[in-house]
Write a protein that binds this ligand. Structure first.
Ligand code: CP
Ligand code: NVA
Length: 304
């Protein structure tokens, strides 16, 4: 595997390998394993966590991160992805890319001979989910057999990677969304192909959280969908907001996660984000440790 474009690009064993490196890097953050490596962060969309955690992680391992906002590159003036990839492979050792269209990421990977990591596309957010299941594993001591309830836009990048990741790792996942925003059959089919009985879909968020170990939500309107915002708010509110009332229907031990940024008063309330069940900032921190493990894995560098 050259690239990490989808969570399905790693097997369960490989994910656990990345997590085990992340554990070591969490207690011992600095090394020189990426010395001499130049890694391009090519972003078409805004970012706080992904950009900074990759930049810091690369720095902590002696590598050199180079941030390029796509809107200030020649891509914005029409240079093709093909020419861009073939040029960049002469300079850098890896590209971490955040794009609108997942197809563009695939095209970039096909025209760049070295690894490409998906830092979020309209289809998936695998670096996020790799870290999220690590966080769940850290909190519960396991992931297999746990149940995760995702409330909100069941078609977005985070939901899709959570569904596929659940299938790989043996997590049970229930998606609570209005019919129009439920996961596409192709994604459910792919998850069921990886592991039968992984995905449950419902319109009822109360039922979804009733036996969940983890309740997860993400924005109703993802980056690039701003024009649909009003329509989406109408479809999701008030039923699909994760607030104290909805969380009171979950078991006592249930934890709450959100990839962030949060939109208060929409998919979640401030009380929940700062409430006793929330692990959102531990979740954000783990992006750093897990992505460092991922970088080593992609470079085939082992950590003693
Ligand atoms: N969760 C996440 O990817 O955040 P950013 O958009 O800030 O990178
Ligand atoms: N689904 C969100 C995730 C942000 C990290 C988006 O794509 O905007």
């Amino acid at each position: 595997m050259k690239d990490f474009l989808s969570i399905t690009d790693l097997s369960k064993e490989e994910i656990k390998e990345v997590w085990s490196m992340a554990n070591k890097l969490k207690s011992n953050p600095y090394n020189e394993l990426l010395k001499g490596k130049n890694i391009l962060l090519l972003f078409e969309k805004p970012s706080t966590r992904t950009r900074v955690s990759f930049e810091v992680g690369i720095n902590q391992m002696g590598g050199n991160p180079i941030y390029m906002d796509a809107s200030t590159s020649q891509l914005s003036r029409g240079e093709s992805i093909e020419d861009t990839g073939h040029t960049l492979e002469r300079y850098v050792d890896m590209i971490v890319a955040r794009v609108y269209r997942h197809e563009d990421l695939i095209k970039l990977a096909m025209n760049f001979s070295k690894p490409v990591i998906n830092a979020l596309s309209d289809l998936e957010h695998p670096a996020q989910i790799l870290a999220d299941y690590y966080t769940i594993n850290e909190k519960f001591g396991k992931v297999e057999g746990l149940k995760l309830a995702f409330i909100g836009d069941g078609q977005n990048n985070v939901a899709t990677s959570l569904i596929l990741g659940a299938a790989i790792l043996g997590v049970k996942i229930v998606i609570a969304s209005p019919p129009k925003y439920q996961p596409k059959q192709a994604i459910i089919g792919l998850a069921e192909e990886i592991r039968k009985g992984t995905v449950e879909v419902t319109e009822d968020p109360i039922k979804a959280v009733s036996d969940a170990d983890v309740v997860y939500t993400d924005v109703f309107t993802s980056m690039g969908q701003e024009k649909e915002k009003e329509e989406r708010i109408k479809a999701f509110l008030p039923k699909y907001q994760v607030n104290d009332e909805l969380l009171s229907k979950a078991p006592k031990h249930t934890l709450f996660m959100h990839c962030l940024p949060a939109h208060y008063g929409e998919e979640v309330t401030k009380e929940v984000i700062y409430g006793p069940k929330s692990i959102v900032f531990d979740q954000a921190e783990n992006r750093l440790h897990v992505q460092k493990g991922l970088l080593l894995k992609m470079f085939k560098i082992s950590l003693k």
